[in-house]
Write a protein that binds this ligand. Structure first.
Ligand code: NAD
Length: 290
């Protein structure tokens, strides 16, 4: 398949590389100078998109996606598909899909979970929104770049699934970390805390699979001095998107709102920037009740 790939950063570069390795004809574009074996580089987004059956974007945010879509959609052929894998706000995903539809171009919003490791290993999970026809065009490429793709519904549904999942993740991580910090102050051994909670009704992915306490549970970023993993800055981005969506949909999300405020404080006023999102545990450890 002839593929254009725009946005070749930490995630996009390994994803494009996997498509090229699988034998697809990939032309890439990034604002930065990027070299990827097997991927031809174009001088602009429009040039990368020209003649492509599928154009994939992997960009930082919705404003940049909208700007790239303005340039790229007019360069695309009717019947081609624009597949955005970035994490962006639901409104931008829907606006770009409408713009594509008006030009006879199919659109899929397909944010991912799995991080840089999943992108490199081809084991991402895609959550997709768009018509069945658009999803069917992108599905063989999802199979190469990932291990699972869920068609969640119409345009915007992929982004909606992603931010709802990550809102649960952010809230749960905070709850797990504050419970560990309380357990410490009550003199409870962390291993015992893990042994009980991981097999009791407080269990969760953050406790059982990504335990924020070093030396306890499976290997996790906590065992690597809280190097990300999934950076607190990226969690903050996703929590902000969830609250933006909650505002526009008039949804009451008090826990999500509080999680956003705590991660904002952690990243912007404390030492959370560049650390894994589970470094909330040492943060709580250092604090008392005010
Ligand atoms: P990144 O900053 O490493 O990559 C973004 C790339 O887009 C950069 O190379 C940048 O030069 C390029 N770019 C910016 N504006 C451009 C333009 N107008 N035209 C062409 N290229 C442009 O970010 P990343 O970590 O690769 O993340 C990409 C997306 O994936 C984000 O939306 C992020 O939220 C999401 N995501 C990231 C992770 C992760 O662990 N890194 C996990 C899941 C989802």
């Amino acid at each position: 398949m002839k593929i254009g790939f725009i946005g070749l950063g930490n995630m996009g570069a390994p994803m494009a590389s996997n498509l090229a390795k699988a034998g697809h004809d990939v032309t890439g574009f990034d604002m930065a100078d990027v070299v990827i074996e097997g991927v031809a580089m174009a001088a602009s987004g429009a040039e990368a998109a020209k003649g492509a059956e599928v154009v994939i974007t992997m960009l930082p945010n919705g404003a940049i996606l909208r700007a790239v879509a303005d340039e790229v959609i007019p360069a695309m052929e009717k019947g081609a598909a624009l597949v955005d894998c970035s994490t962006v706000d639901v409104d931008s995903a829907r606006a770009v899909a409408a713009q594509a539809a008006a030009a006879g171009v199919l659109a899929v919003d397909a944010p991912v979970s799995g991080g840089v490791g999943g992108a490199a290993g081809g084991t991402l999970t895609f959550m997709a929104g768009g018509s069945p026809e658009a999803f069917a065009m992108a599905a063989p490429l999802f199979d190469i770049m990932g291990q699972k793709a869920v068609h969640c519904g119409d345009s915007g549904a992929g982004q909606a699934a992603k931010i709802c999942n990550n809102m649960i993740l952010g809230v749960t991580m905070i709850a797990t970390c504050e419970a560990f910090a309380l357990a410490d102050k009550l003199g409870l051994d962390r291993q015992k805390m893990f042994d009980v909670v991981s097999t009791s009704s407080g269990y969760s992915w953050t406790m059982n699979a990504y335990c924020p306490a070093p030396g306890v549970g499976p290997q996790s970023p906590a065992d690597n001095d809280y190097q990300p993993g999934f950076a607190a800055d990226l969690m903050l981005k996703d929590l902000r998107l969830s609250q933006q969506a909650a505002e526009s949909a008039d949804a009451d999300t008090p826990m999500g709102q509080l999680a956003q405020a705590l991660y904002a404080q952690f990243v912007e006023d404390e030492d959370g920037k560049g650390r894994d999102f589970s470094a909330m545990l040492p943060r709580f450890e250092q604090r008392g009740r005010e």
